[in-house]
Design a protein around this ligand. Structure first.
Ligand code: DI6
Ligand code: FE
Length: 416
């Protein structure tokens, strides 16, 4: 496990136990490990006793016997948004359904009103505490979706705020254009016209501004049909952008098979996924992103077909889905616990789901997600006894240090 520049490093981490999460058996544990960093990348990983003779490093970090893991990756969030929907929470606790709230003009559209009304600075300020909460848990990469603007200017504002988060905080941000999230009120009764606007006006303009890393849609009976989703995917394909999909959350629309046909990065939610969708995802290598926060918060009862996904060899990721309506959750570790408790993932599957498989769901598996030479040095050091502790408790694991691109993050994050 040696890199190109053996023995000539910027930083060497020692006195650590490593969990490489590189897909080998278990967590890829290396009990008395060492990890070297050069130019922001991992230069060497292995047992300390195997360090090449005569190594030099400008600095040596003592991990105090803690566990060093790849930085966590939250591969599905709607973390940039304004407004408040706890009134809907109160209504749902009185028995009003999520669909009924959406149909009466609440739900996603309520957040659209608040997000449109917010200035870029207000939107950034509203999103910051949520992002900071993820970062405190060793998260080093976040995917951020648009989809609460639903018009060119407001979608651009959301995506600029997402980019600004990546520029001003120690976190890698991948942006996803989710213009086909809901039908905005001004297009009521005219879904075709709105999908036209998404495909012909919004997506090309946002892509030209460099604001879009991937394209998503909400394929659902309260969202967009498979036919409408396919038009969005074709527009993405024409621009060379990868696709992903909110699929089979509340009903089976054939979305997973559709996104797999477009060689999609991921199909997300999947409680209503059937055998055809699983086979298509397996054939295409599309990642299944499970979002137990939404399942929990909506008090769903239908479980995603985890065993069938395993049997088919579909890679599984886990994310927060952080959003104000169905998953007001800014804790990836809590999502890992829910994935185990509610969906019966093993802690190993949950951790792979927030590291290497999450990287795959974002199309950046060559770059992040495991401790392997050549990958970015995005690391989190934990005060835990075993890697499974990260998925076992809620609020119990202390993150001791985080490294982004080889740079150790200050204990208290200061904005530029
Ligand atoms: N992700 C979504 O985009 C929708 N549900 C989900 O899990 C709706 C989010 C919202 O209600 O704002
Ligand atoms: Fe979502």
């Amino acid at each position: 496990m040696t890199g190109a520049h053996d023995g000539d490093w910027d930083t060497l981490w020692t006195h650590v136990q490593l969990a490489t999460l590189d897909g080998r058996e278990g967590y890829g544990e290396i009990p008395d490990g060492a990890l070297a960093i050069r130019a922001g990348r991992i230069g060497w990983v292995g047992p300390r006793r195997d360090l090449p003779a005569g190594w030099t490093a400008r600095s040596v970090e003592d991990g105090g016997g803690g566990w060093l893991l790849p930085g966590l990756i939250d591969c599905h969030t709607h973390i940039v948004h304004a407004g408040n929907r706890s009134d809907e929470f109160e209504d749902r606790l009185q028995g009003v359904s999520y669909e009924a709230i959406a149909r009466r003009g609440g739900g996603i559209v309520a957040t659209v009103r608040a997000t449109r009304a917010a200035s870029e600075d207000e939107l950034f300020a509203a999103s910051l505490p949520r992002v900071e909460s993820l970062l405190a848990e060793g998260v080093t990469t976040i995917e951020i979706k648009s989809g609460y603007g639903l018009a060119l200017d407001a979608e651009a504002k959301m995506l600029r705020v997402a980019r600004r988060i990546g520029a001003s905080l120690p976190v890698r941000v991948r942006t996803t254009f989710l213009g086909a999230h809901a039908l905005p009120p001004e297009f009521a009764g005219r879904p075709d016209d709105y999908v036209d606007a998404v495909c012909r006006e919004m997506l090309p303009a946002l892509a030209a501004e460099g604001l879009v890393d991937a394209v998503d849609a909400f394929c659902e009976n309260i969202g967009f049909t498979a036919g409408e989703t396919e038009r969005v995917f074709r527009a993405a394909g024409a621009l060379g952008l990868p696709v992903k999909l909110h699929a089979e959350q509340l009903s089976d629309q054939g979305g997973a098979a559709l996104v797999a046909r477009h060689r999609g990065l991921s199909a997300d939610h999947l409680e209503h996924l059937g055998a055809d969708g699983i086979a298509a995802m397996a054939a295409a290598g599309t990642v299944a992103v499970l979002l137990p926060g939404a399942f929990y918060f909506l008090r769903e009862t239908r479980l995603p077909p985890v065993q069938a996904l395993r049997d088919a060899g579909v890679p599984i990721a886990v994310a927060t889905d952080c959003n104000p309506g169905t998953s007001p959750l800014a804790s990836l570790l809590t999502a890992l616990n829910m994935a185990c408790t509610l969906f019966r993932l093993t802690p190993r599957e949950a951790l792979l789901g927030a590291t290497s498989n999450a990287a795959r769901a974002l199309g950046i598996a060559g770059d992040v997600g495991s401790l392997e030479p050549g990958k970015a040095a995005d690391l989190a050091l934990w005060d835990i006894a075993r890697p499974a502790d990260l998925a076992c408790g809620i609020g119990l694991c202390r993150c001791l240090a985080v490294v982004n691109d080889g740079v150790r993050r200050a204990p208290r994050i200061a904005l530029d």
